[in-house]
Design a protein around this ligand. Structure first.
Ligand code: MEV
Length: 387
């Protein structure tokens, strides 16, 4: 008897029974099911989200359409509303850092050897970097590669009696998200450390999702008068209320969490059709939000009273990839084509820009009509269909 994981998707469905429930859960078996079967395990079909479109958002002078996958009513409508306003203000400008991802290669070392082992790693960093780079010549050809390495000691404590030696590897990941490349390099270095360091027991070798080396800064400047074209309210008044909402999020961690959730509504909805690892994006953003030791918003708004403009900024890590196996999915490559994203930098700039407009839309609604008016109208439309 073949095991469940050895069966074809059709055979798995037969084994599970209840075809009606399975069709509702996983759709029909179709031409794409065989490909999905290679992407995950125990596959029986696919699961779908609604896909909505923002027709145009200008980022760094280039108009992009944005395909957004989300089940939440009003996310796409809100993004559309603010994209029109942003375009009327010459769009969003964004700066994308050179992408660097770090890995941690952790092992247990007798306390007495720890310092000596850390010194050995520092002295042999060039050779260890060479070992790492031999794992991925293509990344090096593309201008990336491992470029820095050092070690630190985490002493035994009341929780755990052993000393940890942590080797930190920094990799320029070029156009890739880089998780596979960095993890392969980290494991290769771990193997060398096991051979070379006396008394060293390997713990783990894995990238960190902290996203510190993947920051994107995006900015939008809105002359207050522009608000009046899109709403009944006085422009300076709206800008003041939005800046106040921003100050509230900076003062209150409880508010900052919700404020940032609204940012992720946009980032994740836009990242999903592009085949990105949305869990990695979320992990990095939440780490960034908490970097100061308390939860902070990823955006900041300031009213420039002299210029009568609202200055809107977002700074967030975007751990995205422009190249990788995920692009072999035709729907994903179509999303890149549709959004008109032609390089890594445009991808990251666009995701940050979506986060900013999504957040601005939420704040604008919250400080004027409240969020429920639009949200509940759309929600009512959805429930009317289901009941
Ligand atoms: C809802 O999904 C998102 C908001 O709560 C975000 C916010 O409060 O800023 C509206």
């Amino acid at each position: 008897m073949p095991k469940f994981y050895e069966l074809s998707p059709e055979a798995r469905r037969l084994e599970l029974g209840d075809p009606d429930c399975l069709t509702r859960l996983a759709g029909q078996i179709g031409p794409e099911t065989a490909r999905h079967d290679t992407m995950s395990e125990n596959v029986i079909g696919a699961w779908r989200l609604p896909l909505g479109i923002v027709p145009s958002l200008m980022v760094n002078g280039k108009p992009h359409k944005i395909a957004m996958a989300t089940e939440e009513p009003s996310v796409v409508a809100a993004a559309c509303r603010v994209s029109r306003l942003a375009n009327a203000c010459h769009g969003i400008t964004a700066h994308v850092d050179t992408p660097v991802t770090a890995a941690q290669i952790m092992g247990v070392i007798p306390q007495d050897n720890a310092r000596h082992a850390a010194q050995w790693i520092a002295q042999n960093a060039p050779t260890l970097l060479q070992t790492a780079n031999q794992c991925d010549p293509r990344l090096c050809q593309a201008g990336g590669g491992a470029f820095d390495l050092g070690a630190h000691i985490l002493d035994a404590d009341a929780d755990w009696p052993e000393t940890f030696l942590v080797t930190k590897l920094l990799v320029h990941t070029s156009d890739a998200m880089g998780a596979n490349a960095v993890n392969t390099m980290a494991e290769a270095i771990q193997a060398v450390l096991c051979q070379k360091l006396q008394g060293y027991t390997p713990g783990m070798a894995i990238l960190t999702n902290d996203g510190i080396g993947r920051m994107v800064h995006a900015h939008l400047s809105i002359p207050c008068g522009i608000f009046e074209k899109y709403a009944r309210h006085d422009g300076v008044d709206i800008a003041t209320r939005i800046a106040r909402a921003s100050a509230f999020a900076h003062r209150s961690p409880e508010r900052a969490v919700t404020h940032n959730k609204g940012i992720m509504n946009g980032v994740i909805a836009a990242a999903l059709p592009l085949g990105q690892d949305t869990r990695a994006l979320a992990a990095a953003c939440y780490h960034e939000a908490h970097r100061s030791g308390t939860h902070k918003p990823l955006t900041a708004y300031r009213l420039d009273s002299l210029a009568q403009a609202l200055e809107c900024d977002i700074a967030l890590p975007v751990t995205a990839g422009f190249v990788g196996g995920f692009k072999s999915d035709p729907a994903v490559s179509a999303a890149f084509q549709f959004d008109d994203i032609s390089n890594y930098s445009e991808l990251c700039a666009l995701l940050a820009a979506v986060g900013l407009i999504q957040n601005l839309a939420a704040l604008w609604a919250l400080v004027t009509d409240g969020i429920q008016a639009g949200h509940m109208r759309l929600h009512a439309r959805k429930t009317a269909i289901t009941h």
